[in-house]
Write a protein that binds this ligand. Structure first.
Ligand code: CAA
Length: 687
């Protein structure tokens, strides 16, 4: 037997254990090893049945995703597991698949080739391939509808969400749940099954009635706008009801390969690995001490402070929340209460659980709890002097070893750290609004930030259910520094004559979750305006700056919170164009002598997206981002950049870096030196 597969006979049953940690992916050698073990069991007079089970923490988590890149690059032949699965199904002794952890993708496909499936109560099964821009590629779209019906299978394959064991049992995907020891339970199940005739899933017909999938298609077109794989998955499942099994598999294979070789799949696989790579920081390893964060104290109970407090409470960490006035404190506590109420209304939390979490909040006017907290978080207004004063205060309150985190989105971490006597304990924790919802946490290291403070922050991000990305200190860090260039182009475009709704629609149709001007309204136009005031002294004569947003802010049009900004908002915060805005923009353009014309959709996309890429390349060159993939993860998780386009840097690579340089020059800009270098070299940013 190969090292990846163990074979043993227990109680007259052959037990085939897959040992390919950490997740038992179907790497080269695993399918071959399973097949050899099944053939050995078939010939083994000591075995009346077979159990296939995963060693370690899970059953098979799918095909080995690392292999896909090699296939697409032509270094490896195309994947085909069809014959291997039919060989399992054709085994003359019953094969029982024993599932714990996750049977995902190719894992569920292997499980469905068995004659029976049993599972531990906590197991999950699913076909999540669409999240990688592909569809099931080993008969998943053909066997799953034979077990659970066309409608449910189409849903599972198109949306990619796994289902729990109880639901899978009810749906017919599983045959039994095993309480207690899975291995022993599966062996007992297999012994009983040995006496009965086993059915092959591929021969089942009873659940194959066609279903109306229009509703699902509409849902996919809305929720997964622009993506090919979910619609291909529906087509493949539909084929199961129309074609014989072998033809259905051939149809699935054709769609699978189309998807695998697409840019969308390259982009989504890049994001899958990227989310895991960003956790790896050079110089920080498992030996770096990580502090236990058992209590948090937050100063500032505005939108950000309240959102951050909610995120901590959700992670089970008690929070002391400080404000200067009783009114502000009560308003902040009210925001947090509403966050929990809304979670209860949406069915995400029980009322009891919401009450339990809320009971861990201690509002204070007197800094109670700040001396015992393991982390003190500052979430006051974006003003350097105020932040420095706040940190000087926190320094007097915090116990030795406590982390002092600032939620600044643009300001100099070193200047803030300099207001304390312990700059090594100071770090940026830049949350994105709403802080309890958005997945991104930009972790900003200052000049003196100590390694354990970074390591603790990275661990804490996971506890807060965030993707933590470590970045360096500069104005706006990674996300907002790039966003500034992107937004500048959006405002220039409206000053030149494109309507705000035209600019936003161009980018939303392209795949951005929200256009830049609508984002401005959501975040508050006053925030950018205040920041621009802060940095006004750095403006240079003869350089064009975006002004239309400042005019809106001066008129009190702060965005959603005042009911009007770039748009007009109704009570449900739905936006609509505001004719008044056109006049304000025209006026701003006239003041600056900007000629009015009619920029088209292509120009909107070129200027905004290339501004992002060019600034991203500069950030990379300066070492502010560790890798290009870190920038992509920031943009996908914090700025609504479509994952299926890979993030700005991967998108540029997929477009081709030489062409990107040319397009930047066509706009009359200078491409970043790193961009030019990579365009002339490997054609990609990361090694
Ligand atoms: N292939 C290769 N590597 C994989 C992998 C896979 N299918 N699944 C996980 N890994 C790797 C991760 O990259 C990670 O590696 P590092 O430690 O080097 O960073 C390691 O395994 C552990 O993964 P996680 O950190 O994600 O562990 P987790 O416990 O948080 O989550 C999981 C486990 C739920 C299985 C999650 O890893 C996951 O969702 N994996 C992908 C599952 C999937 O999409 N399967 C379908 C594959 S496509 C397919 O199967 C096509 C087909 O039809 C034949």
């Amino acid at each position: 037997m190969s090292e990846l597969i163990r074979y043993a006979v227990e109680d007259g049953v052959a037990v085939v254990t897959i040992e390919n940690p950490p997740v038992n992916a179907l790497s080269p050698g695993v399918p071959e090893g399973i097949q050899a073990a099944i053939e050995r069991a078939e010939a083994d007079p000591a075995a009346c049945a077979v159990v296939v089970i995963g060693g370690g923490r899970t059953f098979i988590a799918g095909a080995d995703i690392r292999e896909f890149g090699k296939i697409v690059a032509g270094e490896k032949p195309r994947l085909s597991l069809y014959g291997f699965l039919e060989r399992i199904e054709d085994c003359r002794k019953p094969v029982v698949m024993a599932i714990h952890g996750t049977a995902l993708g190719g894992g569920l496909e292997v499980a469905m080739a068995g004659h029976y499936r049993v599972a531990a109560a906590g197991a999950q099964v699913g076909q999540p391939e669409v999240k990688l821009g592909i569809i099931p590629g080993a008969a998943g779209t053909q066997r799953l509808p034979r077990l659970c019906g066309v409608a449910r299978a189409a849903r599972m394959c198109a949306l990619g969400e796994p289902v729990g064991a109880a639901e899978a049992l009810e749906a017919g995907i599983l045959d039994a749940l095993i309480e207690g020891d899975l291995r022993a339970g599966a062996i007992a199940f297999a012994r009983e099954a040995a006496g009965r005739p086993a059915r092959k899933v591929r021969e089942r017909q009873e659940k194959l009635a066609p279903a109306d999938l229009q509703g699902l298609r509409a849902q996919v077109e809305k929720r997964m706008r622009g993506q090919r794989a979910p619609l291909a998955a529906i087509e493949a499942v539909e084929a199961a009801a129309k074609l014989i099994f072998a033809e259905g598999c051939a149809f699935e294979a054709k769609l699978f390969n189309e998807c695998l070789f697409s840019s969308q799949s390259k982009a989504l696989i890049h994001i899958f690995f990227g989310e895991r790579i960003v956790g790896k920081v050079p110089g920080i390893d498992k030996d770096t001490p990580v502090a236990n964060i058992a209590a948090c104290a937050i100063v500032g109970a505005g939108t950000m402070g309240a959102g951050i407090a909610t995120a901590y409470l959700n992670a089970g960490i008690p929070v002391a929340l400080q404000e200067a006035s009783p009114e502000a404190l009560e308003a902040g506590a009210g925001r947090i209460r509403r966050n929990f109420e809304s979670a209860v209304e949406k069915g995400r939390l029980t009322p009891d659980e919401a009450a339990r979490r809320l009971s861990m909040l201690k509002p204070t006017l007197e800094w109670e709890g700040f001396g015992t907290a393991d982390i003190l978080v500052e979430a006051v207004y974006e003003n350097l002097e105020l932040k420095k004063q706040t940190f000087a205060r926190l320094d007097t309150l915090a116990k030795p070893g406590a982390i002092l985190a600032t939620n600044t989105s643009t300001l100099d971490i070193d200047a803030i750290a300099g207001a304390t006597g312990r700059p090594e304990q100071v770090i940026g924790h830049h949350f994105f609004s709403p802080a309890h919802v958005m997945r991104l946490l930009e972790i900003v290291r200052g000049r003196s930030t100590a390694a354990p403070v970074i390591a603790t922050s990275m661990e804490l991000a996971k506890r807060l259910k965030k993707v933590g990305v470590l970045v360096g200190n500069c104005r706006g860090f990674v996300g907002n520094r790039m966003f500034h260039e992107y937004m500048t182009q959006a405002v220039f475009l409206v000053e030149e004559g494109a309507a705000p709704e035209f600019v936003d629609a161009a980018l939303e149709d392209w795949g951005m979750a929200m256009g830049p001007l609508a984002v401005g309204d959501l975040a508050g136009i006053d925030v950018g305006w205040r920041i621009r005031q802060e940095f006004k002294h750095l403006e240079q004569p003869g350089v064009r700056y975006p002004r239309a947003g400042d005019r809106l802010a001066e008129l009190g049009r702060y965005g959603q919170k005042t009911g009007k900004g770039w748009y007009l908002y109704d009570a449900d915060r739905r936006r609509q164009p505001d004719p008044e805005v056109a006049g304000i923009i025209e006026e701003a353009a006239r003041e600056q002598g900007v000629a009015r014309r009619n920029p088209g959709r292509e120009e909107v996309l070129e200027r905004t997206l290339l501004a992002l890429v060019n600034e991203g390349a500069r950030i990379l060159e300066e070492g502010i981002a560790l890798r290009a993939v870190d920038i992509d993860i920031i943009y996908v998780n914090g700025y609504g950049f479509p994952a299926w386009r890979g993030g700005p840097m991967k998108w540029a690579e997929l477009e081709g870096l030489p062409g990107i340089c040319e397009r930047i020059r066509t706009l009359g800009w200078e491409p970043a030196p790193l961009l030019v270098e990579r365009a002339g070299g490997a054609g990609r940013f990361d090694a």
